[in-house]
Design a protein around this ligand. Structure first.
Ligand code: PLP
Length: 393
């Protein structure tokens, strides 16, 4: 990226966690231009179009166990749709269940439904009186000093068991970010928690909704983060990386079982649709992006990238000025010691002077690079971060 004075930056956070292959991917540019020559916009209400159909097929091919796709416009609106689907599913399965279980420190977007299942005080506390009914369990990623990820997961599983034992028949869905709570500062957690959430949802007849808006399309390694745990969710939301950031588009994926509950009578319809749902240009971008993701074996590339970045970051983590490094694939949070007002922000500012664009979440500096970042660029990113930490902290 270049600023208005012509200075050059490496984008170490994939814009807002969206670019897949770096900015301006020729194949995606070409796909959008080709689509422009065919169809600009066509309503998805009671109609469909070729790029939308192709994209649904591509998404489902990447997602064993899920069978249907519902489009939305961005991450938050996918979450809204998912929440409404989960509640309506309970109504149409014979027992309305108005309660959602979610995690503390969660972030699912800024619209009211998404805020309801969010758990970050700064962003969400003000709106509590306006929100859906929820029960909150602790963050499996927030470990006490000396506690292992497995021990923390076991603790929160107990909490979740207790909530479900007390109110399980009221719960329509357990909603969570799989494996890593991104906006909370890359709080990674053990896969045993995800497996337990799957089991408890099934046991109590609730749906498991995984929000892969940040983690999807190989950001953590596998195409979807829930695949680390070997589970299948009932609902999956995705957005951000599906178009590589070119155009707004998101989706909710669902099982046939969920879908079937919406068939049979007109009033069972899911009355929900946005003007820009499945915009054909956005679908064309996503189709090109997903084709490349498969052709270029993005999961394999992220495994290599993640391992190399972990090695490069080891000496950074050894500094007294660094509290912890949390990483899953290409999602990395470097928590620095809080030595002054807005330490994380100052570290990012110092990295910017060195030609690397980063963003903090509190005192955690986020590294979320394009998934095909070359070795020289990886070196540059980590060197700039190390120097910036040494300058500021
Ligand atoms: N869900 C998760 C897990 C996210 O990380 C985000 C955004 O960061 C959202 C939902 C909201 O997506 P959007 O900003 O596209 O509405």
């Amino acid at each position: 990226m270049y600023d208005t004075d012509g200075r050059k930056y490496l984008d170490g956070v994939s814009s807002l966690w969206v670019t897949t292959f770096g900015h301006r991917t020729p194949e995606i540019d070409a796909a959008i231009i080709a689509q422009l020559g065919k169809l600009d916009h066509s309503t998805f209400l009671g109609a469909t179009h070729t790029p939308g159909i192709e994209l649904a097929e591509k998404l489902l091919a990447l997602t064993p166990g899920l069978d249907k796709v519902f489009y939305a416009g961005d991450g938050s609106s996918a979450v809204e749709a998912g929440l409404k689907i989960a509640y309506q599913y309970s109504v149409q399965s014979g027992q309305p269940r108005p309660l959602f279980v979610h995690l503390s420190e969660a972030y699912h977007g800024d619209t009211l439904g998404a805020v309801s299942v969010g758990g970050m005080k700064l962003f969400h506390a003000t709106y509590r009186p306006l929100l859906l009914k929820t029960a909150t369990v602790g963050s499996p990623g927030l470990r006490a000093p000396g506690q292992t990820p497995v021990e923390r997961a076991a603790e929160v599983i107990k909490e979740l068991e207790a909530v479900m034992a007390a109110q399980g028949d009221q719960v329509c869905a357990i909603v969570l970010e799989p494996m890593v709570q991104a906006a909370a500062g890359m709080l990674t957690y053990d896969a045993s928690f995800l497996r337990a959430a799957r089991e408890l949802a099934t046991k109590y007849g609730a749906l498991l909704m995984v929000d892969e808006v940040a983690t999807g399309i190989a950001r953590t390694g596998p195409m979807w983060a829930h695949q680390h745990a070997g589970i299948t969710p009932d609902l999956l939301t995705c957005g951000k990386g599906i178009t590589a950031g070119y155009l707004p588009l998101s989706a909710v994926l669902a099982t046939d079982e969920v879908y079937s509950a919406f068939l049979g009578a007109p009033e069972k319809t899911f009355f929900h649709g946005h003007t820009y749902t499945a915009n054909p240009l956005a679908c064309a971008a996503a189709n090109a992006n997903l084709t490349l993701a498969v052709e270029r074996d993005l999961p394999g590339q992220v495994a290599v990238l993640g391992a190399r970045l972990a090695d490069l970051l080891k000496p950074v983590g050894d500094r007294d000025s660094v509290v912890e490094i949390r990483q899953l694939g290409a999602m990395i949070g470097v928590e620095v010691a809080n030595v002054r007002h807005r330490t994380g922000f100052e570290v990012c500012r110092a990295a910017r002077k060195r030609g690397v664009w980063l963003r903090p979440l509190g005192d955690t500096v986020i590294l979320m690079p394009p998934l095909t970042l070359g070795e020289a660029e990886q070196n540059l990113m980590v060197e700039a971060l190390a120097e910036a930490i040494d300058e500021v902290v």
